[in-house]
Write a protein that binds this ligand. Structure first.
Ligand code: ATP
Length: 422
């Protein structure tokens, strides 16, 4: 029997007082109903590691919705319930806590979502992904702070290992492969030998995962502080190739992701995705888009990034007029433009793109269609052409204010014998 560990002190030290108060209250309310309440999963792991995590998951051996409703009565909290999943969310001021009913999950077939049945905390922990995530801390008075660690998660934390709970874990849910890589790289742990073997054995199961679920895993990987580490490891283990065989997690990608962070503190996941997909050709990019069932906007970002590659040659001309830079770049998504700037590797291209993003895309002529009508032009294609020429003149710095623009337009009219020249 291992000695009892109590994390009450760690909880006080690492979590904000208001949140601790709310958890204690929740524990008391649960006890009043004859139920036990636990803090579970990632936050317990992070309490042991001394890492900040305010993403609290609570599990009650009873009914989460019933408990949440009682809590809403005694505390000033807002609750949202999901009766189908027997879960509830408690929100107060800045925090929110997810509350679930202890449950067991039965998988009808590999890769499918599980059928859920009520259970005890031990059974609930058994359905979890890795030993380091399969620990709980009791929150009910009497047992407050007691660590429950049936799978020796503490030992694996000490040894810095990612270990599954049983050998069909990746068969039950192969998205755990991606989860494992994320934890390994985030925490600087190692996949334990048998777990790594199981991962290799079950890697083809990733093909059975729906596009939405696999995209979600990739998005989570891209939200990590250093997503390139996860992708590099995924490439090494053949996991990345399961998204698309043309994807690479090599030193080029590592370098580009670092540059993306230098360009902006928290690059949007779409930028990382565009860089990851950058070296695919158009047909391969389409294959990735459909495998991941990418939403419209992200799909457009990848398509824009791909189309823009064909314009990099023109953008590399040092003598390029600003109006030409504008015409080459406008209409494309900003993320796709930045991806090309980072991936393109040409200082001249970067300068042109920077100029476009900082200044050119905001430039508009001072004269409007109404002004031109007042000057005697009739609305129609000719007027549109004049406005476009004015826009170009403004972009190229040939005119800088409304007066100069009027003069320019009058000059054009005087020079041309017929106005339809425009
Ligand atoms: P993170 O720090 O990345 O948010 P987390 O450990 O809090 O990690 P969540 O995705 O929020 O992870 O899930 C909460 C807990 O639910 C996990 O710690 C784990 O115990 C369990 N869990 C989540 N997804 C799975 C899964 N696919 N299979 C098994 N258990 C899972």
């Amino acid at each position: 029997m291992s000695e009892t560990v109590n994390l009450a002190g760690q909880i006080e030290k690492q979590l904000p007082a208001g949140l601790v108060g709310l958890m204690r209250q929740a524990g008391e309310v649960a006890a009043g109903q004859g139920q036990r309440l636990y803090l579970v999963g990632g936050v317990v792991r992070d309490l042991l590691l001394g890492r900040t995590n305010l993403d609290l998951d609570l599990v009650v051996e009873g009914d989460a919705i019933d408990l949440a409703q009682k809590l809403a009565g005694t505390t000033r909290s807002k609750i949202t319930t999901h009766p189908r999943f027997h879960t509830a969310k408690i929100q107060r001021e800045k925090w929110s806590i997810d509350l679930a009913t202890a449950r067991t999950e039965i998988y009808d077939r590999p890769g499918a979502l599980p059928v859920v049945q009520p259970g005890t905390i031990d059974i609930d922990l058994l359905r979890r992904d890795f030993t380091i995530n399969a620990m709980a801390v009791e929150l009910t008075p009497g047992g407050y702070g007691r660590l429950i660690d049936p799978y020796k998660g503490q030992d694996d934390i000490k040894d810095m290992l990612i270990r599954v709970l049983h050998e069909s874990s990746f068969i039950d849910d192969s998205t755990r492969i991606w989860r494992g890589l994320r934890y390994e790289q985030r925490l600087n742990f190692r996949l334990e030998t048998a777990t790594l073997k199981l991962m290799n054995r079950d890697i083809d199961r990733l093909d059975t995962i729906s596009g939405d679920r696999i995209r979600h895993e990739l998005e989570l990987a891209l939200k990590e502080e250093f997503p390139e580490r996860v992708l590099r490891r995924a490439a090494e283990l053949g996991v990345l190739a399961k998204l698309h065989p043309g994807l690479k997690g090599d030193s080029w990608l590592v370098e580009k992701f670092k540059q993306a962070r230098m360009a902006s503190d928290t690059p949007p996941p779409g930028l990382y995705l565009a860089l990851l997909a950058y070296r695919l050709n158009s047909a391969e990019a389409e294959e990735l888009i459909s495998r991941l069932r990418l939403p419209k906007l992200l799909a457009q970002t990848l398509r824009d990034a791909d189309n823009l590659k064909g314009k990099l040659g023109s953008l590399a001309d040092p003598g390029l007029a600003p109006s030409r830079t504008y015409n080459l770049l406008h209409g494309y998504s900003q993320t796709a433009i930045i991806a090309n700037s980072l991936a393109g590797d040409s200082p001249v291209v970067r300068q042109h793109i920077q100029l476009f993003l900082d200044r050119l895309r905001y430039v508009r002529p001072a004269l409007t269609g109404n002004d031109l009508i007042k000057m005697g032009f009739a609305p129609g294609p000719r007027m549109k052409a004049i406005l476009e020429r004015l826009h170009e003149a403004r972009l190229d710095g040939k005119v800088t204010d409304k007066k100069e623009e009027e003069k320019l337009v009058k000059g054009w009219v005087a020079k041309e014998s017929r106005i339809d020249k425009f």
